[in-house]
Design a protein around this ligand. Structure first.
Ligand SMILES: Nc1ncnc2c1ncn2[C@@H]1O[C@H](COP(=O)(O)OP(=O)(O)OP(=O)(O)O)[C@@H](O)[C@H]1O
Ligand SMILES: [Mg+2]
Length: 242
């Protein structure tokens, strides 16, 4: 269970204080696929970075199964990011001098998985995201934007994270490939109890998720939630809206 309480993030931009995430509270139970929607600049990527412990909030808490990840020691933080979270960056952040398959194998290498096992799993994951076998040994610069995006998704799944944080995971994909990815994420949520939080501009995708959270100027409201999400998740966020 992910519980976010009064999360606040301000940036100092040339002497001006920019509030990117404004006193946000919400709960996402395990196995829920949540979408975050909102205009450009509304704070979506900043919020996702805070949830993934890639950035430190100005104030507030991010609790994963009761543990406040904003307070972890550096060593624990590295372990947490490596084993518990799969992060799909808005700009993919693939390692340019590694091939597609090596990019997917890398987090497994850090986690101590044997070479043979990580190659097999990387091949399997890349197949699941629809990357054809002839592209596995290509460097990112020789892949299309959508292909790089799929490698980034496969990499995020590599260590079987409990929480997947994805920034526009289908932003560069055609509708058929986008559907393949969304179906894969739904499958992980339902069959493996993975919690998925995906930023999307695609309202069709948001409509199919269990919970849709909307950001506007850093403030959050619940746009919709299904019966799969227990009341507390909605209450917490509604309270912020009130
Ligand atoms: N490092 C930073 N320094 C200063 N301001 C920042 C920084 N990062 C983000 N911001 C500001 O915080 C606000 C939220 O940015 P963020 O990237 O979270 O938006 P977003 O909703 O992800 O937008 P998009 O849909 O365009 O990706 C914006 O006003 C942005 O300019
Ligand atoms: Mg963004």
């Amino acid at each position: 269970m992910l519980t976010v309480t009064k999360l606040h993030k301000t940036f100092n931009s040339h002497g001006n204080l920019v509030t990117a995430v404004d006193n946000v509270s919400f709960t996402v139970p395990d196995g829920i696929f949540a979408a975050i929607i909102g205009k450009s600049g509304s704070g979506k990527s900043t919020l996702l970075s805070l949830l993934g412990a890639l950035d430190i909030p100005t104030s507030g808490k991010v609790e994963v199964d009761g543990q406040d990840i904003t307070k972890l020691s550096d060593r624990k933080l590295i372990r947490y990011r490596l084993t518990q979270i799969g992060f799909v960056f808005q700009g993919y952040n693939l390692i340019p001098n590694l091939s597609a398959i090596e990019n997917v194998m890398l987090p497994m290498e850090f986690a101590g998985v044997s070479t043979k096992q990580r190659r097999t799993r990387a091949e399997d994951l890349l197949e699941q995201v629809g990357l054809t076998a002839d592209k596995l040994s290509r460097k990112p610069s020789r892949l299309s934007g959508g292909e790089q995006q799929r490698v980034a998704i496969a990499r995020a799944l590599a260590n079987r994270p409990k929480l997947i944080l994805a920034d526009e995971p289908t932003g560069n994909l055609d509708s058929a490939t986008g559907k393949l990815i969304v179906d894969l994420l739904h499958h992980l949520a339902k069959k493996q109890n993975t919690t998925i939080i995906a930023v999307t501009h695609d309202l069709e995708i948001a409509r199919q998720t269990d919970l849709t959270l909307k950001l506007a100027d850093g403030k959050m409201t619940v746009a919709s939630s299904s019966a799969a999400v227990p009341e507390p998740a909605v209450h917490a966020a509604k309270a912020v809206h009130a």
